[in-house]
Design a protein around this ligand. Structure first.
Ligand code: FUB
Length: 339
């Protein structure tokens, strides 16, 4: 879901300032880090960015032409980071056409689940799932996309009552605009400035974690006054990169505003929302995209994110982590990734 980034965007961000964190790995390009703690250890499920020289940059993010996943692991924040090699290759996903975008993972009853978006052979994004007995794979993909899923950026949230929810969606190159009311329309248009913005999607997962247990719903995301965002509120409305976490009994839905490059968050009392907008979590980073995850480890909270510190190119990103802190009222202190 990305449009041409451009050097102008690069210049408007924090060029010249000092990054607060360094890339977690530098031997490969990584992005969209979905972090989890499994058995006391941190696992990061990122996109694996590559320089596909045969693919031209376009407004639908065609230059994000990723073909596999590598899972990173670390015992603690600040410790050595291990690249566990190829965990899933696009050639082993029977229905895949191109573009393995931002994944997520979950664990249940001895099995690890890797959720991923990829375009099918007709160039339509759907979500797939793959399983492994190890958190770092190798993962085996199911032969078909997950029924009823579409668009990009899956995020699985497992609530304390054992229920699991799949969040997803992304406009522009992420194709969410083609799926109003869960029906495909290849001509689905972006909203006009005065129209109500597209909303992210959610569905509870079935017990086997491979299927949806219910029809896909829109996640209710409201502005500070309890009103839906309009498309012209593009510094706050949802674009892509959904993440859900829970803190002190409240549900936090965070996401990217895409073309305005913010990571924002909203709070609610249920995994379905409604979520009320609370502010910016991470200001724009170097590069067009902004995409994150949030975990708790040893009593501290961490934001995983990416920028393009190593390459200076929008499609060659590097994942990073920084501590995240809450205010006494449960709101989150805004992070600026550069000093
Ligand atoms: O990495 C490809 C796409 O870029 C992701 O799916 C979006 O969230 C954006 O980060």
């Amino acid at each position: 879901a990305l449009s041409c980034l451009s050097l102008s965007t690069f210049a408007q961000t924090e060029t010249g300032k000092t990054p607060i964190s360094q890339p977690l790995v530098s031997h490969i390009y990584t992005a969209d880090p979905s972090a989890h703690v499994f058995n006391g250890k941190i696992y990061i499920y990122p996109s694996h960015d590559i320089d596909a020289k045969d693919v031209k940059e376009d407004d639908d993010g065609g230059h994000f032409a990723m073909r596999d996943y590598h899972i990173l692991s670390m015992d603690k924040i600040g410790g050595p980071v291990k690249d566990n090699g190829v965990a899933l290759d696009i050639k082993d996903i029977p229905w895949a056409g191109r573009q393995l975008w931002a994944p997520d993972a979950a664990y249940k009853n001895g099995t690890y689940y890797l959720y991923f978006p990829v375009k099918d052979k007709q160039d339509v994004f759907h979500l797939g799932v793959a399983t492994s007995k190890s958190p770092v794979g190798p993962f085996k993909a199911e032969p078909q996309p997950m029924k009823g899923t579409y668009s990009i950026d899956p995020c699985v949230f497992q609530d304390t009552d054992g229920k699991s929810y799949l969040y997803f969606g992304g406009i522009w190159g992420g194709q969410l605009q083609r799926w109003d009311n869960n029906q495909y329309d290849a001509k689905g248009a972006l909203k006009k400035p005065e129209e109500v913005a597209y909303l992210p999607r959610v569905a509870r997962l079935a017990a086997d974690m491979k299927e949806l247990a219910e029809p896909v719903k829109a996640v209710q995301l409201l502005d500070e006054n309890g009103k839906p965002f309009l498309e012209k509120d593009n510094d706050k409305r949802f674009f892509e990169a959904a993440w859900l976490h829970k803190y002190k009994g409240k549900y936090y839905f965070s996401y990217s505003t895409g073309d305005t490059h913010n990571l924002c968050y909203a709070m609610g009392d249920s995994p379905y929302g409604p979520f009320t907008y609370k502010g910016v979590l991470l200001k724009p980073v170097l590069g067009w995209t902004n995409h994150h995850s949030i975990i708790e480890k040893d009593g501290k909270w961490y934001l995983f994110y990416h920028d393009i510190q190593l390459s200076g190119k929008t499609h060659l990103r590097n994942v990073k982590v920084t501590e995240m802190t809450y205010n006494p009222d449960g709101t989150i202190k805004t992070i600026d990734a550069y000093k």
